[in-house]
Design a protein around this ligand. Structure first.
Ligand SMILES: Nc1ncnc2c1ncn2[C@@H]1O[C@H](CCC(=O)c2cccc(C(=O)O)c2)[C@@H](O)[C@H]1O
Ligand SMILES: [Zn+2]
Length: 343
């Protein structure tokens, strides 16, 4: 391990763009598959590497949904959530906003009350046992249609069901053929209920989708926003209004949204003055983790320890953590970096 990799491994971090089911490691997949042996998801870690090699974005979503099918009971939901937090803690991730798609679970027959209790129970246990603070983003799986938007908005805004850890409202899945403006009424409801707007946009379609997310969905941060690099006016707007991009470099290669890491627009975003955060999206499915994404960012942006610490602090600053939590985590990053660089 180089010094920079060791620095990253110990750096306290926040992650703002990571999916719940997409974080199921081979260890967790094996445990779930043992509970549900009829699943087509392989349990052998070597076979999983092949299974998690995608020909395009649509193929990725097919495979993703086969892992969704492994989560059938509230106890599966609890196990997944708690074990994902354990994997995060091992990477010194202190705070994560985990994107959860409750529609996928409720439509598969998991009771909505039991679902909320399972994620909340796991959140509290993970904070007590591992020190990792979790918050939720509930996302609409856009391709599943307006029925899924209605269900997600209902679950996210219901006084009786809305979980304490919920901070934001998102929109994921394929973008092609799924225009963002149709989701405006659902985002309006979520925002009126006090949730932050963080849709995916510009991952697999052009910059116009990012404009739609800003205008119609009142996005406060953009998931990916990769194609923004093709529109200088959009870059200037993102920079001026300090709308951060949640960049997930390895994900973009794995889903073939970008051809190679050297062609990734991360550097163009930074050069344009856009606030960026570094994220892992669906780490085991993309053969990565947050530490590796920081190493990729260090290479693409030519960063040293101070630059990496600044990137980690970006994520804290634009997170939806409360002010004392942000101050404490930023101070922890500074203390760690000063200690590392001290002679
Ligand atoms: N890189 C990504 N970019 C975008 N999204 C990503 C990414 N990674 C993970 N996701 C997740 O994939 C889900 C997609 C689920 C979906 O399309 C769907 C369609 C029809 C039916 C059902 C169902 O459950 O019955 C689900 C999204 O909601 C999102 O949370
Ligand atoms: Zn995502």
């Amino acid at each position: 391990m180089t010094d920079l990799h060791a620095f990253i491994a110990g750096l306290p971090k926040a992650e703002l763009h990571v999916h719940h089911v997409g974080s199921a490691s081979p260890r967790i997949v094996s445990e779930l598959a043992a509970r549900h042996p009829d699943s087509k998801v392989p349990t052998d870690p070597e076979a999983l590497v092949d299974y998690f090699t995608f020909t395009d974005f649509a193929h990725f979503i097919d495979v993703y949904l086969s892992v969704v099918d492994l989560i059938r009971t509230p106890e599966d939901v609890r196990l997944l959530t708690y074990e994902v937090a354990r994997d995060m803690a091992r990477q010194q991730i202190r705070y994560a906003e985990l994107t959860i798609t409750p529609f996928s679970s409720t439509r598969r027959g998991i009771d909505e009350r039991a679902f909320m209790d399972a994620i909340e129970d796991a959140r509290k246990a993970a904070e007590a046992d591992f020190g990792t603070v979790l918050r939720w983003c509930f996302d609409i799986p856009g391709e599943a249609g307006l029925e899924s938007a209605e269900e997600t908005a209902r679950l996210a805004t219901s006084d009786k069901l809305r979980p304490e850890g919920l901070v934001s409202f998102g929109l994921g899945g394929p973008e092609i053929g799924v225009p963002r403006p149709q989701f405006k009424p659902y985002f309006d409801r979520a925002i009126a209920a006090g949730l932050h707007s963080v849709p995916h946009a510009g991952e697999t379609t052009g910059p116009e989708t990012v404009w739609d997310a800003l205008t119609d969905l009142r996005a406060e941060r953009i998931g990916h926003g990769t194609s923004s690099a093709r529109d200088p006016k959009l870059l200037a707007h993102l920079a001026e209004h300090r709308v951060p991009l949640e960049v997930c470099p390895t994900s973009n290669i794995a889903t073939r949204a970008v051809r190679t890491l050297d062609e990734h627009p991360l550097r163009a975003f930074v050069d344009a003055g856009v606030v960026v955060t570094i994220n892992s999206d669906d780490p085991p499915m993309f053969g990565t983790d947050l530490n590796n994404e920081y190493a990729v960012a260090a290479r693409l942006l030519d960063l040293d320890e101070r630059g990496l610490a600044a990137l980690a602090k970006n994520a804290v600053e634009v997170s939806f953590l409360d002010a004392p939590g942000k101050a404490a985590l930023a101070a922890e990053i500074d203390a760690y970096t000063a200690g590392w660089l001290a002679p």
